[in-house]
Write a protein that binds this ligand. Structure first.
Ligand SMILES: [Zn+2]
Length: 496
């Protein structure tokens, strides 16, 4: 059987400032991986969804029909034209490959373009239209997906990641590929039920290594074991965009038993809804996190600056934590990573060992500033290329752009040019900075940094600072959600 594999992956942030280098954001201007046709055949080993799909099809013994893979960094909505050209490219390749027996797609699930709230739904509908109603079309989504009825209508099966950091990307993709393999050979007939909850889920409560998220993963595993169940998922949503797709969803897929799928989806949705207060966390200031950390006495204390998470679309140049480290002489400490191309260029031109005066960060918008004057020694420089080695992205090539390791009296800053979050220790190590020697680490990430940093952490606190991606949902400028949402409206009701 011939199984087509492709992916268009983009998480779209509606509340972040656009990159200063791009006036119009296009999918290509923010793409980090582009692979076309036969190039996909070399995949299979890295921990990405598309690698997992390729490997899963290969393991099933079916014929791989490679389409394309566009993986983009989180950014503001991309232009309508760039969405259209990506979809047309995907459809052209699929059209030329027909007939196929199944289509497997990696779609983030929180993709929007200018004037298109539900770009993933658009991709799925157009693929469905091309292959017709009989060919199974299955999609694998990021944990931070906003599932829509349009996606539900077009897809035969949707599978969502369960872990944060997303270390199960390839595993969940192989799971979808296995469902596809059994479907195309007629061994099973998937039926899917989706429930949509008016619930905004705090990122600090999505970390699967600890309760309550570990309970949710356990609940999903328990559902996996029930007779007739093929797949069970929770999409915790992506909240930094203002459109009607935003929210939590649950998905249950059974073998040819619609009533069972609906009843288990109701059960899972109710299970999540009953615990809605558990998925929330009040804001935590860096000062109170530090006080708690000092009391615990386990170092390094990691302050995860979730509101300036470049992985979520922030500019990565908020300065509150850097100022705190300097003012309170919290050393040795490091800020990872400050996105400031001007300072990176200045450091590179001065060279390793030079002492320079800089004005760093706080430049993307007034809220995240002010910029911080420092006299730093340049300890290391890099073109920004390295290979990740932590469990989430081992083997994936990183491109931070021109970068430098700077130090002022025990306060270290790794400055980079492109917007990326710390995932593991590999990049700092490539510059010469050993994060394990630090007593305090200020990391611009919400959850993925745990992939590499949890093993060296003494204690970890997700903190709230003056930054773009507020985790206090009441402060986000929503006007288009189209329904009341918990916890903004604490009395909102939901019934299956
Ligand atoms: Zn995610």
């Amino acid at each position: 059987m011939r199984i087509a594999v492709g992916g268009i992956e983009h998480e779209t942030c509606g509340f972040a400032a656009p990159s200063p280098t791009a006036e119009v954001t296009t999918l290509m201007s923010v793409a980090r991986t582009l692979k076309y046709g036969e190039e996909l055949r070399s995949l299979g080993d890295a921990n990405t969804i598309v690698d997992g799909l390729v490997r899963g099809v290969r393991e099933s013994g079916h014929e791989l029909v490679p389409l394309l893979w566009i993986d983009a960094n989180t950014s503001p909505p991309v232009s309508r034209e760039s969405l259209e050209s990506a979809i047309e490219d995907l459809l052209d390749r699929l059209r030329q490959s027909l007939p196929v027996d199944g289509v497997l797609l990696s779609l983030h699930g929180a993709f929007a373009a200018e004037g298109v709230d539900d770009a993933d739904g658009e991709v799925l509908s157009r693929v469905r239209e091309l292959v017709g109603p009989q060919v199974p079309v299955m999609a694998v989504h990021d944990l931070h997906c906003n599932i829509s009825p349009v996606m539900e209508q077009a897809a035969t099966v949707m599978v969502v990641e369960r872990t944060y950091p997303h270390i199960d990307m390839a595993e969940r993709a192989r799971h979808a590929a296995q469902i596809m393999a059994r479907t195309v050979t007629g061994q099973i007939r998937p039926t899917m039920a989706v429930r949509y909850l008016p619930l905004l889920w705090s990122a600090a409560r999505m970390i699967d290594a600890e309760p309550p998220m570990s309970d949710a993963v356990r609940k999903l595993r328990e559902l996996d074991q029930r007779p007739g169940v093929l797949s069970a998922s929770i999409g915790v949503g992506y909240q930094w965009i203002d459109n009607p797709t935003v929210g939590t969803s649950v998905i249950v897929v059974t073998d040819n038993d619609d009533a069972l799928a609906r009843s288990y989806a109701d059960e899972l949705a109710e299970w999540v809804w009953e615990r809605r207060s558990q998925w929330q966390r009040d804001p935590l200031t860096p000062e109170s996190a530090l006080a708690q950390g000092e009391q615990l006495g386990r170092f390094p204390i990691i302050l995860a600056e979730q509101g300036d998470n470049t992985g979520g679309g922030a500019a990565g140049d908020a300065t509150e934590l850097l100022r705190l480290l300097i003012e309170q002489k919290l050393v040795p400490s490091a800020v990872l990573y400050m996105v400031d191309p001007d300072v990176a260029a200045q450091a590179i031109s001065a060279g390793v060992g030079a002492e320079i005066d800089i004005l760093i960060g706080g430049k993307s918008q007034p809220l995240v500033g002010p910029p911080v004057p420092m006299r730093v020694r340049v300890r290391g420089i890099s073109d920004g290329r390295f290979i990740y080695d932590g469990p989430m992205w081992a083997g994936v090539v990183g491109e931070m752009g021109p970068s430098a390791w700077l130090e002022q009296d025990g306060v270290h800053v790794v400055v980079i040019s492109d917007r990326h979050q710390p995932i593991d220790l590999a990049f700092c190590r490539s510059l010469g900075l050993d994060c394990r020697q630090m007593r305090y680490l200020a990391i611009k990430s919400t959850g993925h940094f745990r992939s590499g940093f949890a093993p060296i952490a003494g204690s970890i606190f997700n903190v709230d600072t003056a930054s773009t991606l507020s985790h206090d949902f009441r402060r986000l400028p929503y006007t288009r959600l189209g329904r009341k949402m918990y916890p903004i409206d604490p009395n909102v009701e939901w019934n299956p």
